[in-house]
Design a protein around this ligand. Structure first.
Ligand code: SF4
Length: 349
C-alpha cells in the first residue's frame, strides 16, 4: 500500500503476519517499566514538517522511507498481555508515535475497547490538533479518552507556521480546539516545545493563555518540553540545547512570573509509578538468528544497505546498515535492549 500523506510504502501489520508488536520504536507497544504503556498504532501519518522534529516526520521528510499501520484488534490483544503482566489497576494507555494519532482510522474503536477494561484508569493521546473538530472531540469523549496532550509552540500565526514547517498551519484553529477540549470532560495538557532563542516570548504567551483556560482537573495544564537534538531528527541551525538544570531554572522563573505551578513536571504529576517490566527475552551482546520481516524507516550511507526489522523470540529488532531482504535469516549481535526496544548489528560469516 502507499501512504496518501507521504507517498511512502505503507505496511499493514496484522496478527496473521506474525510480526511482534514489542521491540520497535516505530509501532506496537513500549513499556518503560511504569504503569504507563505507550501504544503506537502507526508511523508516518503527520501532515506537518516541524523544523525540530526528532523523528524527521511529515511530507518533507528526507530520512524516513517506510510507514506502518497496525490492526486495532492485534494492538489491543498484545497491549492486554502487557497489562496482565503488570497486574495493577491504575494503568495509563498513552497513544502516540512517529505519526499524528488522530489520523489512525480505528482510533475510536481502540479507545472504546481500552475504556471497557477496568484496569485502565487513564487513556491519553498526543496530537498536533490539526484533524480535530468539535465533533471529533465529542466522539473521543464518548469513546472514553481522558487526556489530550496538544502541541502548541506559538500563538503568533507567523511563528506558528514556521514552527509547524508549513504555511497551511492555522494556529487559530488549534486555539479553538484547545478551548473546546478544556470545556469537555477530556483533560487538556498543552505541550509546547521550548526552542531557546526561537520561541521564548511565544512560550510566555502560551503560559498566559493556558492559565486563563481555568480547567477543573488534578492534572497540570502545561507540559513544556525541552528542545533536544536527535541523530536522525531535524535540527534548527544555531539553536543551543539547554541542559536539564538550565531548563528547570527557566521553568521556575516562569512559574514565579505567572503564578502557575508546577511547570517542571515529574512522574507524580501524572500519577505515574514504577510497575513490573515486561520480560526481555534477549540480552545485550547475545548472538542470535533473526528472520527479516519488514524494511525499517531509515536508509544507509552504505551501498545496497538500509535499516531492516527482524524478529526473534517474539521481539522486533532494528538492524541498521543491513544487506538482507525480507524472508532472509541472518545472524545478529544484540547491541541494545533498553525498554524492550532492540537494536542489533548484522554479523557476516
Ligand atoms: S514534531 Fe510531531 S507534529 Fe511536528 S512533524 Fe514531527 S511528528 Fe509531526
Amino acid at each position: 500500500m502507499k501512504n496518501k500523506i507521504t507517498g511512502r510504502n505503507l505496511y499493514y501489520i496484522t496478527k496473521e503476519s506474525g510480526i511482534p508488536l514489542i521491540g520497535s520504536i516505530y509501532f506496537g507497544i513500549i513499556d518503560r517499566g511504569t504503569n504507563l504503556i505507550q501504544v503506537r498504532p502507526a508511523a508516518g501519518f503527520c501532515p506537518l514538517n516541524c523544523p525540530f522534529c526528532s523523528v524527521d516526520e511529515g511530507p518533507h521528510s528526507k530520512r524516513r522511507f517506510t510507514d506502518y499501520i497496525v490492526s486495532p484488534s492485534y494492538l489491543i490483544e498484545e497491549a492486554k498481555k502487557v497489562i496482565d503482566y503488570k497486574d495493577i489497576s491504575d494503568m495509563e494507555i498513552h497513544i502516540d508515535g512517529q505519526t499524528e494519532p488522530t489520523l489512525y482510522p480505528y482510533l475510536l474503536d481502540l479507545i472504546g475497547t481500552f475504556a471497557k477494561d477496568p484496569r485502565i484508569a487513564i487513556i491519553s493521546m498526543q496530537t498536533n490538533g490539526i484533524p480535530l473538530t468539535s465533533q471529533y472531540i465529542q466522539k473521543l469523549e464518548r469513546a472514553g479518552l481522558n487526556r489530550i496532550n496538544l502541541s502548541i509552540n506559538s500563538l503568533n500565526p507567523k511563528h506558528a507556521k514556521y514552527l509547524a514547517g508549513t504555511s497551511e498551519y492555522n494556529i487559530n484553529h488549534i486555539i479553538e480546539i484547545a478551548k473546546v477540549i478544556a470545556k469537555s470532560s477530556i483533560h487538556l495538557l498543552i505541550a509546547p516545545l521550548w526552542v531557546p532563542g526561537i520561541n521564548d516570548q511565544d512560550i510566555e504567551e502560551i503560559i498566559s493563555f493556558a492559565s486563563k483556560l481555568k480547567q477543573k482537573s488534578d492534572f497540570p495544564i502545561l507540559g513544556i518540553q525541552n528542545y533536544l537534538k536527535y541523530k536522525f531528527g531535524r535540527k534548527i541551525k544555531g539553536v543551543k540545547v539547554v541542559n536539564v538544570k538550565k531548563f528547570k531554572k527557566k521553568l521556575q522563573e516562569w512559574e514565579e512570573k505567572y503564578g502557575i505551578h508546577p511547570l517542571y513536571l515529574s512522574m507524580n504529576d501524572f500519577k505515574m509509578h514504577p510497575a513490573n517490566k515486561y520480560p526481555k527475552p534477549l540480552r545485550k551482546g547475545e548472538k542470535i538468528e533473526v528472520e527479516i520481516v519488514l524494511p525499517g524507516r531509515l536508509l544507509s550511507w552504505q551501498k545496497n544497505k538500509r535499516e531492516m526489522l527482524g524478529r526473534a523470540k517474539g521481539r522486533i529488532i532494528h538492524i541498521m546498515n543491513c544487506s538482507a531482504k525480507i524472508g532472509d535469516r541472518i545472524t545478529v549481535r544484540i547491541l541494545s535492549t533498553k525498554d524492550n526496544i532492540y537494536y542489533g548489528r548484522e554479523i557476516y560469516h
